[in-house]
Design a binder for this molecule. Structure first.
Ligand code: AHR
Length: 517
């Protein structure tokens, strides 16, 4: 790794500078930035959040230990029911008496869908979890008719066929789902009912239009490219927005990263790719709007993001051996400490882009590429649980633009990678939280913070994710191997300057508050 003059000299830690001002406002962080995702896939629903008969479940079959862990994350919104699954899903199969609901082949994951947990159950469960619902409609095998019906079923008060059916099925009050996804990854050949950009744009436009006729208070998300690696990336956004710009509110982004080459410096730089992806999609939205001479600005929904690569081969094997199985162990990536670092780095990127990214969903939430894992005996936090929890707790407020001078390096894929990356959030209570990653594997970095603009403040504590073993994992037997370390300070920031050591390969929250005279 090459570094510049800031790097370690004779064992002295490298230095970086961070300057903040209250006026360097990016935007208010939308609470929905800390959302997540549950798909009917593997053991996310069955054996994950829903496990009737398990002693840890309530009378509805909702695992209370899992709900408790989700509540601690303070997840504001959860996307459901897919994912690839949704493109073959009939929402009507998931309502009414359970014994009458059909079992179906799920072609997306070569599994069987039992439909024992559906729309009502998810809305009830989300309420328990303290989250709002972000519901995806099927634009693979279905279209405008199913789309308008499900909005009527979910959101119309009463007096019509679908809303009265909801009431007969036990929900007198509407579910009031405010955010809807118009299909999932419709550009992908793996998708049931893949579409061209034009076909998708037309379908999305008509669905958005009539869904809003049923309930004008909803917002809808159009599918962007399923990743920036897609050959049609860019062209897809422009062409589909040409068809639906005025009727949609958000464009989706999806991105997963892996460390297949076991090259940590390169892996940790991937949040820079995420940053570039966000800025490109924002520009594409603006270009589409400019072409239409529209005054409307589209924002972004990064509704699938995570590390995902550990189980790809194993999943192929599992599917080959258990075709049409139920509760298969699929996408059960066991996350390492370094995965948590990248997830933390991606959260920094999301917070710093809060002027355009208003919704983000860590994909997924339970058992499937998830921060929370379950067995019949209990549940535990994977390494990636911690950065999400810390960002969700301390990342609410106004995102400020930090000015950072950092040693830089280059990796096999990225030039000019700053060792220190950071985001800052000013809370409504005037607390200041700085999220900072040290991407260097070898050197601690001394972060010189210039906080003069904040007046009399004190450093209350630092919370760090740090481990000498980058491959450390949390397992059912050893659930706390990776756990945040809290250091209490309570020390005044003299003359607005403070120097804090960020250990090599660490992700940190530096927590300041106003000093009360
Ligand atoms: O989250 C797993 C899968 O990744 C989702 O079903 C799909 O949308 C994406 O390709």
């Amino acid at each position: 790794m090459q570094t510049d003059s800031h790097s370690t000299v004779n064992g002295t830690p490298a230095k970086a500078d961070l300057l903040l001002d209250k006026d360097f406002v990016i935007d208010r962080v939308d609470d929905r930035l800390f959302g997540s995702f549950i798909e009917h896939l593997g053991r996310a629903v069955y054996g994950g959040i829903y496990d009737p008969g398990n002693p840890r479940s309530d009378q509805h079959g909702f695992r209370q230990d899992v709900i408790e862990m989700i509540r601690r994350l303070r997840i504001p919104i959860i996307r459901y029911p897919g994912g690839n699954f949704v493109s073959g899903f009939n929402w009507e199969d998931s309502i009414g008496p359970r014994e009458q609901r059909p079992k179906r082949l799920d072609l997306a994951w070569s599994s069987t869908e039992m439909n024992q947990f559906g729309l009502h159950e998810f809305c009830d469960w989300s309420r328990q979890a303290g989250s709002q619902v972000m519901y995806a409609i099927n634009l693979g095998t279905r279209g405008v008719d199913a789309a308008r019906n499900v909005v009527e079923y979910a959101n119309h008060p009463k007096g019509n066929y679908w809303s009265d059916l909801r009431r007969e099925n036990g929900a007198a009050e509407p579910f009031g789902i405010k955010l809807w996804c118009l299909g999932n990854e419709m550009d992908g050949p793996w998708q049931i009912g893949q579409k061209t950009a034009y076909e998708y744009g037309r379908a999305a436009n008509e669905c958005a239009k009539v869904m809003k006729w049923v309930d004008p208070s909803i917002a809808v998300v159009a599918c962007g490219s399923s990743s920036s690696d897609m050959p049609t990336f860019g062209a897809w956004e422009l062409e589909m927005l040409e068809q639906c710009y005025e009727n949609v509110d958000f464009v989706s982004l999806h991105r997963y990263y892996g460390n297949q080459k076991n090259d940590l410096s390169n892996f940790l730089a991937k949040s820079m790719d995420m940053d570039a992806f966000i800025k490109t999609v924002a520009s594409l939205c603006d270009a589409a709007g400019a072409k239409k001479k529209s005054k409307k600005k589209l924002n972004l929904s990064f509704d699938e993001w995570n590390v995902w690569y550990h189980t790809l081969d194993q999943d192929k094997e599992t599917i080959a051996q258990n075709r049409w199985g139920e509760k298969l162990h699929l996408l059960e990536d066991v996350y390492t400490f370094e995965d948590a670092l990248l997830v933390g780095g991606m959260l920094i990127t999301l917070i710093r882009n809060s002027d355009r990214v208003k919704i983000a969903c860590l994909a997924q939430l339970v058992n499937v590429i998830a921060p929370i894992m379950t067995s019949e005996r209990g549940c535990w936090a994977q390494t990636i649980y911690w950065p999400l929890m810390l960002a969700s707790h301390f990342g609410r407020g106004t995102s400020l633009q930090p000015v950072i001078k950092s040693p830089r390096s280059s990796t096999c894929e990225y030039d000019d990678v700053p060792l220190i990356d950071a985001a800052a959030v000013l809370g409504d209570d005037e607390s200041l939280n700085i999220f900072a990653i040290n991407r260097s594997i070898e050197s601690d970095v001394q972060l010189e913070c210039d906080l003069r603009a904040f007046g009399a403040i004190k450093l209350d504590e630092t919370i760090s994710l740090q481990s000498d073993d980058l491959k450390l994992k949390n397992t059912e037997e050893k659930p706390d191997s990776v756990f945040p370390k809290v250091r209490k300070y309570g020390s005044r920031v003299e003359n607005g300057n403070i120097s804090i050591t960020l250990p090599a390969a660490s992700w940190n929250v530096l927590r300041f508050s106003k000093e009360i005279a």
